[in-house]
Design a protein around this ligand. Sequence first.
Ligand SMILES: Nc1ncnc2c1ncn2[C@@H]1O[C@H](COP(=O)(O)OP(=O)(O)O)[C@@H](O)[C@H]1O
Ligand SMILES: [Mg+2]
Length: 402
Amino acid sequence: MEPRDNPYTPNAGAQPPALVGRDTELDAFDVLLARLERGATEQSMIITGLRGVGKTVLLGVFREKADERRWATIEAEITKNSEFGPRIGLLARRALLQIAPKARWEERARRAAAVLKSFNFTVSPHGSLSLGLDVEAAEGLADSGNLSEDLTDLFVALGEAARAHDTGVVFLFDEVQFLAVRQLEALIAALHKTVQRNLPITMVGAGLPQIPRLAGDAKSYAERLFKFPTIGRLSHAAAVEALVTPAWTLGVSYTDGAVEAIIEYTQGYPYFLQEYGKIVWDEAPESPINEEHVASAQSLVEATLDGSFFRVRADRTTELELQYLRAMAELGSEPQKAAEVARVLRRTSEQLGPTRSRLIEKGLLFTPGYGLAAFTVPQFDRYMIRSHELAIPPPARRGPRR
Ligand SMILES: Nc1ncnc2c1ncn2[C@@H]1O[C@H](COP(=O)(O)OP(=O)(O)O)[C@@H](O)[C@H]1O
Ligand SMILES: [Mg+2]
């Protein structure tokens, strides 16, 4: 088919031509905004899922929905290396200017600007941030030096400004697994207060299944403030739709066998569906796309995924970390016990503990249960097996190798 017309979107965060299988989350988001607009409260959500399942895309659609309702929408990707306080200050500034342009600020918005100024001074006392807000810092607010308290003051002030201007504020945070516990706790404390005050300000997050582990009050607040929906591979029907609809609207069809072969290979994972669709479209000489076209495209699909989706993850690892991943793959695609992985590498779990922790920190593994680790990237086991050798030959295997 003509590459220029190719409708598929195998790129991180790229909105697919057919966004399927996410109605529950989309409806929940509508309900959240509608209720906050009416001064009611509603649980927000932190969406979790493996890489490539469509979390970033979903946040993008949430943003569009919030824009349509004329909310102030602030998107940010959390990274480990940027300073949280100053970053939040800048995001809050954006929120305030979206609530209303400075020239139209009424009292509550000017007040929020004053609190923001105080907040910024507290988190970066050397004034690296020039906000250009033309206000005096509010006295006695957002200046305790305790992040939870100061962020609470800031969110309350922003929420009040939003309400005074008949709008709301939604922060859309991606990669929330990179928040430090202290940062997540501060966000939770701030939102806990704004919910008590029925203010139209909220935060929706997305990230890997490994959300920072909270304790005590923070934990019980988090459970009340957020739902934690998990998104994953598409159902069979949704996967068919994701694959077939984009082509159909351009007059190109698939045979049933072709569709089934692609769904089997991709297991309904959105990123893989987009990649397969893209390549088979370019490779197939005519419509309908049939099983032979699918079969002959497969090695190119695999090479493309290896070179992009998988390799960028593996590239950030040391040799020992790579061996750890490879040993896990040896054991299969399911979550694996630390002791089992250590056995394959002929070491003890204690010796490998730091390696395992670093892989979790880097977002390559997560812990679905005590003592277990699993890949955050779907089909990563298959990739490891085809691309890397085990440095030490494995000891006698227990289960059959896949
Ligand atoms: N609901 C969906 N249906 C079909 N394709 C999707 C869907 N959601 C996401 N995609 C595709 O999946 C890929 C990964 O999406 P992305 O949002 O970057 O995933 P994540 O943030 O979870 O890693 C993109 O190529 C995107 O176009
Ligand atoms: Mg993403």
